[in-house]
Write a protein that binds this ligand. Sequence first.
Ligand code: NIG
Ligand code: FE
Length: 394
Amino acid sequence: MINTREKSQDASLSTVSKVLKGLRAVFTGEDLIYGVDVLVENGKVLKIGKDLDGDEVINLEGKVIYPVFADPHTHLLYCGDRLKEFSLRMEGLSYVEILKQGGGIYETVRKTVSASDEDILNQTRERVEKLKSYGVGAIEIKTGYGIEFDEEIRQLRIINRLSEEFKDVDIIPTLLFHVKPKDRDFEDYISEFFSRYDEYKDMLRFVDVFADEGAFNYEETESILRFFTDKGVRCRLHADEFKPFASELAGKYKCISADHLLNPSDTGLELMSKNKVIAILCPITGFFLRKGFAPYEKIKSHNIEVALASDHNPGTSPFLNPFLVILLAVFSYGMKPTEAFRSYTYIASKSIGLKDMGKIEVGYRARFFAIDFTPDELVYWGEVSPKVVYLDLS
Ligand code: NIG
Ligand code: FE
């Protein structure tokens, strides 16, 4: 039986308005506004302006408030580390060489498939908590360390479990075709995913392919894109990180994003621009692999929107810190600090399909973080561990 008294109390609670006061500035997801309050009701921003009233006051004296970061490209689900590979690379062996010899991603697959659900869940949860402590309130998490059908689906299920667990962080599951099995041909391997689609279709939001040397080639990537696009699933690609061929496919199949783009082709950029594909840049990866940085100016000159991501994974980007990503984006790409924050909040949210997040504007979801710094101040001081207040009022 429904307890009406409790129900009406709940309803009245949810309409309590909250006003954020004492703010030095608000970063709207576009730029900074000084000297205003933010009024929140029913989980959304209701008003931004001077001297606002609300049922409850939250005092954030002197702080600068931001919409939460979205991390739109992560491989948070894995077990173990790749410290040995790191040493080998420091001695001169290349990432692709190690991968072709059956190390790299295959090494993490071995460690992950032999772990229990609980182990994987615990290690991944810790990484989500850490991201949250930095002000990240939406995270795309890819599978990809399973390879075989049953393992990939187990990993999707674990990501979905985490997504249910976290009420104050949106977790977006992506099925990633990362590398091919060593002992089966492509057609045989992929046909299982195609024929059993109905078994996992409700567990994923996006499909991704590592379309590059040592992983899936042009034709293989195209057959995956064709199948899932026909099913109405939006795809994204690991594109042009080593060999440039995938940005073209991202354009042709109207992917939501093409990520990495360390060596994008001109045709690829043209097709991305025409089809409004967002570029997700991962500056830590190029830095960590000592492969340089994506050509930001060139990408921008094609009128392509740019998001930023950690690309957290044990092989090419073990770092998690979004403030470090911002710093690298400013000094390597030449982004303005506000532009870097916009790329990691508004554009990043959009690139994982979250249309009401990433801005502090009327109607947007009220999930914020507050720090003591404006974008310029944070970058100028090289601050990568500011004290973060996480505020989920959504
Ligand atoms: O985005 N490039 C492919 N995937 C990851 C690396 C994964 C790994 O090395 O474990 C990336 O860099
Ligand atoms: Fe990646």
